[in-house]
Design a protein around this ligand. Structure first.
Ligand SMILES: Nc1ncnc2c1ncn2[C@@H]1O[C@H](COP(=O)(O)OP(=O)(O)O)[C@@H](O)[C@H]1O
Ligand SMILES: [Mg+2]
Length: 204
């Protein structure tokens, strides 16, 4: 049976899709990986993966099209979800997964969205989730990481740095690793390699 890693946050625009695509790409270096895009309306992860690039290392499908049988040959399923501020918490997503990764940016509004996202997980005693801070700039990410850790929120050590290379990569439908000429793209890609190692140590 594949291990399931879900990416979720009630808030949109917090780095879920970027994280799903790069986690899948990193895991794909050593494992068979299927990304399931559960953001029915936008399907941003799917369109990113549709880019013409020879070294994509994972398969991708709309979530609703995947049958259990289709997933059996994979080592990992990475599920990208949509932001859903209107309702629905992430408890069942966590319960159905080996690990729920909750990306957030270190700005005030995202941090507020994060607290609303985490509240039901905490009150239901869910433990298989980890917050991931992305788009770090000027020490704000480390600051938020420390604040969360002080409140006993499980947060990954790796903080993914901010770079405009992320938006460029999405627009060109290529992974960050395709930007060998772009110093910051390489660094963000290395951050995601570290994130992936940490995630693996949490799902084994
Ligand atoms: N590390 C990063 N540095 C800079 N911008 C980022 C970073 N991660 C994500 N972004 C940007 O933030 C926006 C939302 O990212 P996305 O992954 O689509 O989030 P979500 O899936 O949660 O809506 C996009 O414009 C994306 O380029
Ligand atoms: Mg998204």
């Amino acid at each position: 049976m594949p291990k399931i890693i879900a990416i979720g946050n009630m808030k949109g625009g917090v780095g879920k899709t970027t994280t799903a695509v790069h986690l899948a790409q990193q895991l794909g270096k050593k494992h068979k990986v299927l990304l399931l895009d559960a953001d029915e309306e936008l399907q941003c992860a799917l369109s990113w993966r549709e880019g013409d690039y020879a070294a994509w290392r994972f398969d991708a499908l709309p979530y609703r099209e995947a049958t259990e049988k289709m997933t059996l040959n994979y080592d990992y399923l990475v599920i990208d979800t949509k932001g859903n501020e209107q309702g629905g918490d992430l408890v069942s997503l966590a319960q159905d997964s080996d690990l729920l990764v909750v990306p957030t940016k270190p700005d005030g509004l995202s941090a507020t969205g994060l607290m609303k996202t985490l509240a039901p997980l905490v009150s239901d005693g869910i433990q298989n989730y980890r917050v991931l801070i992305v788009a770090n700039m000027g020490g704000r990410g480390e600051e938020l990481r420390e604040a969360l850790a002080d409140q006993d929120v499980p947060v990954l050590n790796t903080v993914v740095r901010h770079s405009t290379a992320v938006g460029d990569a999405a627009e060109r439908q290529r992974p960050l690793e395709a930007y060998t000429s772009h110093k910051y793209a390489k660094l963000v890609d290395a951050d995601y390699a570290a994130v992936t190692r940490e995630i693996l140590s949490n799902v084994r």
